[in-house]
Write a protein that binds this ligand. Structure first.
Ligand code: MRU
Length: 303
């Protein structure tokens, strides 16, 4: 299995070869491959790889499922693949995920005001989804309709998915953008320079509480204070109907060394934005608004 090593972007385009599920698990843990929908896609190919090698599918499932805990797409894809762990099925799931991105992005455009100055966090683009993107997909679709003036890209401490990956994707797409330090969001909002916040998601509970990259919750509080719409764009494969609310979502704690090598550090990788701070959740099924328990669709089955 050949993946683009996202740790090396934007400086270098380097392929990483995973010869078995254990190597893929390492690549996932180290964020060589990352982003909730892409984790599902990678896990699907990992199951197909294991089956082709004649490896134990149950063990492969357990190994990959334990690689990262928050993005529910990973376990969803493993469950989808388990009965039929073939390369054709993994390819079908990959194609479906990209198609969902295109559909949700088209739905999200109506929420983007004309000449929008959009703020985003982490990376929810083609790199994170296997193609096209969720939050970045929405920006891309809005840009094609002439609705985007500028994108503010949170650098996204500590692993810089914003300044390394999102800025790179926006540059390739030709969408004007500036990287900002995470702490700059409040003052830009206060100065009236942000019209909408759009992010992706790693897991959406049944009531709409949404886990995404650490720092997203703070943005939602800021957006509410400044009267700015806060929108989540994510596929139905990110919805966990089994999680009643955000308290049921496991939050990955990563090595403090990613924050500082000099001092003790705490490094939660995700936080939960309460549903009442979310203006809308957009999936491939459409635009969903509170109460999310009634409006959110159930996760789709794949081909
Ligand atoms: O730790 P990461 O880089 O995998 O975190 C990714 C995010 O938080 C993304 O915003 C989320 O997965 C949405 S990707 C479409």
């Amino acid at each position: 299995m050949v993946i683009l090593d996202q740790r090396r972007l934007p400086g270098e385009m380097v392929e990483l070869r995973c010869h078995n599920a254990a190597e893929l698990t390492d690549a996932i843990r180290q964020l060589a491959v990352r982003g909730a929908p892409l984790l599902g896609v990678a896990a699907a190919y990992g199951m197909a790889l294991a089956a082709a090698r004649g490896d134990d599918i149950g063990e492969t499932y357990d190994l990959l499922a334990a690689s990262r805990p928050t993005a529910v797409n990973l376990r969803w894809a493993l469950d989808e693949m388990r009965p039929d762990p073939t390369r054709e099925r993994a390819r079908g799931m990959h194609d479906d995920e990209v198609e969902r991105c295109r559909r949700m992005s088209a739905h999200a455009v109506v929420l983007v005001p004309p000449d929008a100055r959009i703020l985003t966090h982490c990376n929810a683009g083609g790199l994170a989804t296997g193609g096209y993107g969720s939050a970045v997909g929405a920006m891309r679709a809005a840009w094609e309709q002439g609705r985007v003036a500028h994108v503010w890209v949170d650098e996204t401490r500590p692993l810089l998915q914003g300044s390394r990956l999102t800025a790179f994707e926006l540059e390739v797409l030709g969408i004007p953008c500036s990287v900002i330090v995470d702490g700059a969001a409040a003052s830009l909002m206060g100065a009236g320079e942000v019209d909408i916040v759009i992010t992706g998601a790693d897991r959406i509970a049944a009531n709409g509480d949404t886990a995404n990259k650490i720092g997203t919750y703070g943005l939602s509080v800021l957006a509410r204070h400044h009267g700015i719409p806060f929108v989540i764009v994510a596929p139905t494969s990110t919805i966990d109907s089994g999680a009643a609310d955000g308290a049921s979502i496991p939050i990955e704690e990563r090595d403090g060394m990613e924050v500082t090598t000099r001092f003790a550090a705490r490094n939660p990788a995700f936080d939960v934005t309460p549903a009442d701070l979310i203006t809308a959740i957009v999936t491939e099924e459409g635009v969903h608004r509170a109460p999310y328990l009634a409006s959110l669709p159930v996760p789709v089955r794949s081909r």
